[in-house]
Write a protein of this length. Structure first.
Length: 489
């Protein structure tokens, strides 16, 4: 049976495992050094070691020849903030003069002082008063360092986009000095894969806001609604909107009961603090909307969601960088505590490599790395996460399954960072800002920047087309299916 794997990332959280972070960073730095030595554009070797001939032949075939699709779902970078300097891509060279305005609509002339990773103090590594234009963050903080985080929430992102003008990213942010910062990831581990294979430069995250909602869209193409038959909606969680449509009080739940910002499931795992009597009522009741997992199971197609740190979180020993709201299937009744669905389909990330090496990789695999591996600003570094992703790709390239594999690497959302391309018109939920997407496969075209319009639910559309599944919503049914990145006959 064919296989599709998805890897992901996003959210705030503390730090841990310094030895592991150092090792990951060392690998990333070695890879980066090798890339730089050969030149950012000329490099065509894989990001990490692969068997001889693994990348030598571009295969031609049909969609049905894809037996393994690995989608790496990462955290919190816009397209321009990583690939704005990528040769041939629609990046900073096309952006022209970047205009940002204050709350009154007056143009800003300088950027505020960036905030450090603690979310409170000024980051003295970056000068205050930089001009309002993109700047290379690597000049101040290396890519193996940690930076501050930025707000990335449902209502705030819509305000930043400002009806397609993209001119309020600075003024609506809680860390406006970082929104125009970027790293040039062209020669980093994932960038090297993009050079060898396909970089999609017109790919948007499907839902406004942060990780919770975009993870939901990855698995159900939907914005979940609080089920009041199971529990009343906590008034303190509901956002308030003024007569002019402006946000007067932020919240995780819209006035009509949709859950749009970070929330936690009534099932396990959720933060231990949520078990306090005063907090239990804030846990999201079980969801019943259909998911891509349901559709696959109905067709007898095997699949799993592999999550870094999952096993430890289930026994109450969650890593400090484990993100509870990055586990979308755990919110659904079919995958609740004690169900066969959970036992069969939800696993620790370590099981991904075990399944790969034992040649029992399921047809569809979603991989959600632990926070330390997910590139999220604030609690990990860009290079550590890039090295992790490259190691997953390398493992696949060294396996017999590689000849029938496609890897899709993308980001859950932009993490509050600016991108100069206005999102396409959609519905009340999105799409949001443009994010990177990289397609790696023996069937992928080579050295291509794909300008086709895609979004997060394009991943679902590819899965649905490959296995003849019923779409989950109008959005995934109408989305581009990523086949423009492949050399299918």
């Amino acid at each position: 049976m064919p296989t599709i794997a998805v890897v992901g990332r996003c959210a705030r959280g503390p730090r841990r495992a310094r030895g592991r972070r150092a090792a990951a960073t060392a690998v990333a730095l070695a890879t980066l050094a090798a890339a730089t030595a050969f030149g950012a554009v000329a490099v065509t070797a894989p990001a990490t070691a692969a068997p001889a001939g693994a990348n030598a032949v571009q295969l031609h075939g049909r969609l049905s020849d894809l037996r393994h699709i690995v989608v790496v779902y990462q955290e919190n970078w816009s397209f321009d903030s990583l690939y704005g300097r990528f040769p041939g891509a629609r990046g900073w060279a096309d952006a022209g003069t970047v205009r940002q305005v204050d709350a009154s609509g007056a143009p800003l002339t300088s950027l505020p002082q960036p905030v450090a990773e603690d979310g409170k103090t000024a980051d003295a590594r970056i000068p205050a008063g930089l001009p309002v234009r993109p700047y290379d963050l690597g000049a101040y903080i290396p890519a193996d360092g940690r930076t501050g985080d930025l707000v990335h929430r449902y209502y705030q992102e819509q305000a930043q986009i400002d009806a397609g003008r993209n001119d309020r990213f600075v003024s609506v942010s809680d860390n406006g000095g970082l929104v125009l910062s970027y790293y040039d990831a062209t020669a980093m581990p994932e960038g090297r894969l993009a050079q060898e294979y396909v970089l999609a430069d017109d790919f948007f995250h499907s839902a406004f806001g942060g990780s919770f909602l975009n993870h939901m869209w990855l698995v159900c193409a939907c914005t979940p609604r609080w089920d009041t038959a199971q529990a009343p909606i906590p008034a303190s969680m509901v956002a308030q909107i003024g007569p002019d449509g402006s946000l007067t009080k932020d919240g995780a739940i819209t006035p009509d009961g949709h859950i749009v910002n970070t929330s936690f499931t009534v099932n396990s795992p959720h933060p231990p603090a949520m078990d306090a009597p005063a907090q239990r009522g804030r846990l999201v009741p079980e969801l019943d909307a259909p998911t891509i997992g349901d559709r696959l199971s109905e067709r007898g197609v095997s699949w799993k969601w592999y999550s870094g740190g999952w096993d430890a979180a289930l026994v109450g020993k969650a890593d400090t960088t484990f993100q509870f709201h990055h586990q979308p299937f755990a919110f659904f009744r079919r995958y609740a505590d004690g169900t066969e669905g959970r036992r069969e389909h939800l696993a620790d990330e370590t099981a991904f490599l075990a399944d790969l090496h034992a040649h029992r990789l399921p047809a569809v695999s979603f991989i959600k790395p632990l926070g330390i591996d997910n590139e999220h600003p604030g609690y990990t570094s860009l290079l550590a996460g890039q090295a992790h992703v490259a190691s997953l790709v390398s493992a696949l390239q060294q396996s017999p399954e590689w000849r029938s594999t496609a890897v899709i690497i993308t980001y859950d959302e932009n993490g509050g960072r600016y991108d100069h391309v206005a999102p396409p018109a959609g519905d009340r939920w999105g799409p949001g800002v443009r994010v990177p997407a990289i397609i790696v496969s023996p069937f992928a075209r080579r050295h291509l920047v794909d300008h086709t319009r895609y979004e997060t639910v394009s991943i679902l559309r590819l899965i649905e087309r490959r296995w003849g599944l019923e779409p989950l919503s109008d959005r995934d049914e109408g989305a581009g299916d990523l086949t423009g990145a492949f050399a299918f006959d």
